[in-house]
Design a protein around this ligand. Sequence first.
Ligand code: ZN
Length: 849
Amino acid sequence: MKDASPQTIYLKDYTPFGYVVEGVELTFALAPEATRVKSRIRFAPNPDATDRTFFLHGEDLTLISAAIDGTPVTPTLTEQGLTCEVPDAPFTWEAEVEIAPAKNTALEGLYMSNGMYCTQCEAEGFRKITYYPDRPDVMATFDVRIESDLPVMLSNGNPGTQDGGVAEWHDPWPKPSYLFALVAGDLEARSDSFTTRSGRHVDLNLWVRPGDLGKTAWGMEALRTSMRWDEEVYGREYDLDVFNIVAVDDFNMGAMENKGLNIFNSSAVLASQDTSTDANFERIEAIIAHEYFHNWTGNRITCRDWFQLCLKEGLTVFRDSQFTADQRSAPVKRIGDVIDLRARQFPEDQGPLSHPVRPESFQEINNFYTATVYEKGAEVIGMLKRLVGDEAYDKAVALYFERHDGQACTIEDWLQVFEDTTGRDLSQFKRWYTQSGTPRLSVEESYEGARYTLTFRQRTPATPGQSEKLPQVLPVAVGLLSPGGEEVLPTQLLEVTEPEQSFTFDNMPDRPIPSLLRGFSAPVVLERESDAAEQAFLLAHDTDPYCRWEAGRGLARGSLVASVVDGADPDGAWLDALQAVVTDPALDPAYRALMMGLPTQSELAQALYEKGITPDPDAIRDAVEATVRATADRWADDLPGLSEEARVAEPYAPDAQQSGKRALGTRVLSLVSRLDGGSAAEAQFEAADNMTLKLAALGNLVRLERADDALAAFEAQWKDDRLVMDKWFGIQIMSAPAPVAVERAEALTGHAAFDWTNPNRFRAVMGALVSNHAGFHRADGAGYDFLAGWLARLDEKNPQTAARMATAFQTWRRYDDDRQAKMRAALESLRDKPKLSRDMGEMVARLLG
Ligand code: ZN
């Protein structure tokens, strides 16, 4: 690892590479400490480039030999790569390098996980495998030969010769180096097949370590469903003879869309009734779909440079959310996405890490795989679709595939196909890509002589590097209800484009009640001083599932804020109105479960902060606990009936219907355990035949401090299952009473199974502490020091995962002076650490502002 020598890269400096690559041949002789990689690359001058500097990226490589057209050359080597004199005509570059996968703890490039070789090349990992123009706009075909005595050896594309000790793979589709992949190990596969719409037979394999085959059925089914869906909805077919998925235990992210060889964090693909929760199943289905969909949005059409990351990620997240909405419940998926956006993207956009969906500069691209690029990026696609309509969206996307197949593209290319198909001018809309921050939208209304007027005002607070904001295009879906609860105006899409803009509605015999931002039609903060009576009305009558849910959420927020600020009792009117919804048997149990959810403590801290009140984490926790208790008391008579409704009689299936019931049951159990001291939870823990019910029960027992036996039994049963043990580690911290959460986490880091170099295990502990809001923000700063200490340690091994986890500090300016000082000190201790990685160096500098 290098010392940080921060170099900032700018979007505006883009220039094409001086050469095109006509073909790549790679030979790997695998060995843990000394893998040899031979490359043979055909280069030709790029007619579209002016700069002919021959620079190849390369990091942590030992160069053994290099030759051009067969003649040995001596390139000039630097920390970042090499330069060399080359002919002014097509030529063949050959090199041999040595690397040490067993020593690669950063999990980028070629590394080892439990004796298995695997690669991770996005974004800039291929340069740790061999010298190459490691940038996404250089696309080439790859032929790969792997030599080792391992039984399974995989790479991208279609298989060639597979003989004892040698495996060859040919990928006919030109691709950037970040999509290269290689896997070798003692693996077993669940195999299946798929026939594409046009008759191509595709072999499907899901490769796992011996012992894990029992957890592959769900992933395989999700893959087949995704393949069919992309044909039916987007007209996209698969384009190789084989599609391989591999599960690996050590992985920095969720999964990776390498061409024809997707590599998955085992937590994002392996599932079984006994070991996985319903939420795990749903997430796995979505990630399988996501990676598969990248084959067109990302692989066939890729990014010109890493500033365009949202081109593939925003679009692919949007596509996978459409898929989940189709497989399950569209309203439930939409509300889940809003919850997630507010929990992860809003804090990012409202704090020191705020950046545009398409950033303009970075030091370390790994730091920009963010909720803003992914989730806000997906929201931007959703808005575009809403604005142009479904039909025009389909046409524009079809044109995108037709026009840009095989290219490395930009956001401009993407917007152009929409302009060309609709004739719309999208220059103002483009600000969604260039302007950071969450727009605030306020609303006023007036009613005079049957004319109802809505006046919107938009403004976006300043964000780092952007003090002046321009008005954006806000698609605001609106419906109007009569005082009797009838919908007098079905959903209409208003386009707010001005700083202030009014819309009138005539012939309104009564003053209507507005239902605003239906379906969460734009990722904004709606600032509306609506009173509790209006929210209760919408909670009872709104026909839009999102707005109805949001009305309840607004009431919950109001009640909780009042409890925090002046110790007020929970709002009884809210709880009664909510009770009517929650006990309505006509409503989907999953939706009722969402209705029962409270805003997170972190979200409440943000709400208080925005009202100019310094959030006190302990007071917030007490208010939430008091509210849950009050709810349990008030609804006590309904709880047995609700538990009964939530019971699933059929054999376990992770589908939307069953998991909706279990979600409702889980909410109910949490209330019941406030009344019975935990006996129902204990009984459920004993009886559960699936991980969803087991873990829900265990969480309650941990919170009640009566989980010792259950935790011991759980550990004894699952000690050899890494994914289940991640849950065991996490829940003890996440659900612990706040005052002891840090000590719990500390003790668990001393557990023999705390392998902190495994990203899943590290996150299970650290992430769980951060999610225990009052525990992490304990007044003495113990949580901050604990996390910062571990981040410093992990940074030496795995900068990417360490830097990502450091985002836990992004909200530090919300809190009181004392906590701020302690968080600042923790961040400064990281900043001043010798040999800080580039990832962490940039992250901490941005956090400190
Ligand atoms: Zn992706």
